[in-house]
Ligand binder design. Structure first.
Ligand code: 2M8
Length: 439
């Protein structure tokens, strides 16, 4: 049932060559959402999964950046803020896009899609795009410490995390041009405040006014983003091998970022963000600091400490990971990214635990399935009651649960990915993937 329902959500949110995260709240293509969606779609329609990624990379900029939103020109401006008229920019393909990025989880997605249905031609096609994505980050965003910075909370993917409260407080909002659309769909106590939105808009406007070149008041090195960058290099090494290319530069880049993260972002059982403007660690209780568990080269003692933190502070002992530690004063169980449990964040941490701590990965998989069985494909969940919050029929919740079930099984019954795909394939419309744009 959960599998059929997941496919139903993904079919309903499919727009012909990509999937909207949510029909009403997020009616365009989002960058890291598409990566997670491709990972889930790989279980029942690898073809759709490849199209999802190729469509996104079709809007890649000449400098290699992959914009965090690719706008659908048929969706009215009033449907989402900030829309194309705010960002004022187009990709070489002609698509209107935003000018900021999101965590680079796309190489991992491309690899997972290839594993579900081996397709070296797809890998050869997407590899240079994935490399350009990393080169943009190295060229435009790397600090002297060897870490990658983000210039907007939206680039972290965990937009409203309390980790950003301090650096955001320094943002001067000026005259606000915010026209919030999200509150038409979701209750205000589950979304960021108006003050946060004014700051988001001010930061994005300031970056836009430099031609999307220079960071403004907000410039931080985030552990989730840097872990994603490192995992991307690891994965690019595997992809390069299949393509008959040298994997070595990717391996050494992955080792270098892991080392820099350990040296500059780790303290007392958790990775933290670092404010590039002040050079200070932004010590917080964000679960972003557990995502480096995904890095294969992490020293063993650090892995043990991180696991201890996840168990003691983030709910892992109950098979749940909250996005912010419940004991911290800023914790809020229902407000977007300030405490609720999210399927994508749990999935990333689950990836880090699967080989190292299968005894903990299993219960976490069960916890993700339990949340969805209890409340449906919601955007986020109260980590204690598992009550759903945010939008309904949220694509990455549906997609990633397909992957979890394929790997972990359902009700103790192993369900191999391919079998799940075969069962579900008939639920999608027959081969309806229209030709995507990759210029
Ligand atoms: C949320 O972010 C967007 C802005 O990018 C928004 O609130 O309007 C975040 O949860 C982000 O991580 C996610 O990619 C996006 C779409 O699901 O929604």
């Amino acid at each position: 049932m959960i599998l059929r329902e997941a496919v139903r959500v993904l079919v309903a949110n499919w727009d012909g060559s990509y999937t909207v995260p949510s029909r009403r709240l997020y009616p365009h293509q989002w960058s890291w959402d598409s990566a997670f969606i491709a990972i889930g779609n790989a279980q029942w329609s690898p073809r759709r999964a490849r199209a999802e990624l190729l469509t996104l990379f079709g809007a890649q900029w000449r400098d290699g950046r992959v914009p965090h939103i690719v706008f659908n020109p048929t969706v009215p401006d009033r449907a989402y803020f900030p829309g194309p008229e705010f960002w004022e920019v187009r990709a070489p393909s002609g698509a209107a896009t935003s000018g900021i990025v999101q965590p680079p989880v796309h190489a991992l997605a491309a690899w997972r899609v290839h594993l579900a249905e081996p397709d070296p031609a797809f890998l050869r096609r997407i590899y240079p795009r994935l490399v350009a994505q990393q080169e943009f980050l190295r060229g435009a965003r790397r600090s002297a410490e060897g870490l990658i910075s983000i210039v907007h909370p939206w680039e972290s993917g965990m937009d409203n995390s309390p980790a950003w409260d301090a650096p955001l407080a320094a943002v001067d909002v000026g005259a606000s041009d915010v026209r919030r659309r999200d509150l038409a769909h979701i209750s205000a106590d589950e979304r960021p405040t108006d003050r946060d939105y004014a700051r988001y808009a001010a930061l994005a406007r300031a970056y836009r006014d430099t031609g999307y070149r220079r960071a403004g008041a907000f410039c931080v090195e985030d552990p989730l983003f840097n872990a994603a960058y490192g995992v991307a290099e690891h994965t690019l090494a595997k992809i390069a091998k299949v393509c008959g290319l040298d994997p070595e530069p990717h391996r050494s880049e992955a080792a270098a970022i892991t080392e820099a993260m350990v040296e500059h972002l780790y303290d007392d059982g958790l990775f933290h963000a670092r404010d590039v403007r002040t050079g200070c660690l932004l010590r917080s209780n964000s679960a972003a600091g557990l995502v480096p568990l995904m890095l294969p080269g992490l020293p063993r003692d650090l892995v043990n400490e991180l696991v201890g933190t996840a168990l003691d502070r983030f709910g892992l002992k109950d098979g749940v990971v909250s996005s912010f530690a419940p004991a911290a004063p800023e914790f809020d169980p229902v407000r977007y990214w300030r405490g609720p449990s999210w399927i994508n964040l749990s999935w990333l941490i689950w990836q880090g635990l699967r080989r190292r701590r299968p005894d903990l990965a299993g219960p976490l998989a069960e916890g993700m399935i339990r949340a969805i069985a209890a409340s449906g494909f919601r955007e986020y969940f109260d980590p204690f009651t598992l009550q759903g919050h945010g939008c309904h029929d949220f694509s990455w919740s549906a997609a990633l649960i397909l992957d979890v079930v394929a790997e972990h099984g359902l009700d103790g019954v192993p369900a191999a990915g391919r079998e799940v795909g075969e069962q579900l394939g008939s639920l999608g419309e027959a081969d309806d993937v229209s030709d995507h744009v990759l210029t």
